[in-house]
Design a protein around this ligand. Sequence first.
Ligand SMILES: O=C(CO)[C@H](O)[C@H](O)COP(=O)(O)O
Length: 251
Amino acid sequence: MAPKTIIAPSILSADFGNLGHDCARTIGHGADWLHVDIMDGHFVPNITFGPPVVAKIRGHVEKPTEHHGRGTFDCHMMIAEPKKWVKEFKKAGCDLYCFHYEAAFSSAAENPEDTSDEKTNPKALIRYIHDQGLLAGIAIKPDTSVDVLWDILENADEKELPDMVLIMTVHPGFGGQKFMASELPKVQALREKYPELNIEVDGGLGPGTIDQAADAGANVIVAGSAVFGANDPSEVIALLRKSVDDRKARI
Ligand SMILES: O=C(CO)[C@H](O)[C@H](O)COP(=O)(O)O
């Protein structure tokens, strides 16, 4: 069965002075999840916010009653040492912890006293995230080949299997960038092999680009500036959803 369509506005484009209310309003406009961009100024050249801010937003948005349900906090961890922050973000109200493959592999140099397997082995990190009671996602940047994901998806036991894969369609760090259609063959390849996998796309998505992403097979759509910058966010959310639903109906 094709996975459900999920629209996840990126709160990077929300009003940071009014974040809680802006997030609650976006769920009211029909969004399924909130895509929460965590940047450390190290893995990416930008800084956003950490667990205390996520906890404050959580106070404005009801916790989902089911896995992947409305109000899921989809935390996109653009940070150099993903293992270190799992427990803190769980406490803050994160539901899905999506780390970057590139960070998991390069984090050996960070915090050398931690020699645990899950610090540098993506599969062990997914298991660790699941053990903390969170959904787990794995993201790849535009410069990373989709081939790195096959081993993770193919030879994993239940605890090591990600709940979602995120294909970045911009270089991570900033909202409002141009959509990179060059990344869509990765989505296509994943969808062909895994009809039920949650495949998220992030960066430059909006009314002008959604059909390409939907045709490639993405079902979790992140859109920041297109939603938060719209006069009528509910109209944009509905349009994004319709594009993905229409594509599912065609296959
Ligand atoms: O992860 C991100 C940047 O690193 C953002 O989620 C993404 O770019 C969304 O913004 P927009 O829809 O405006 O492109």
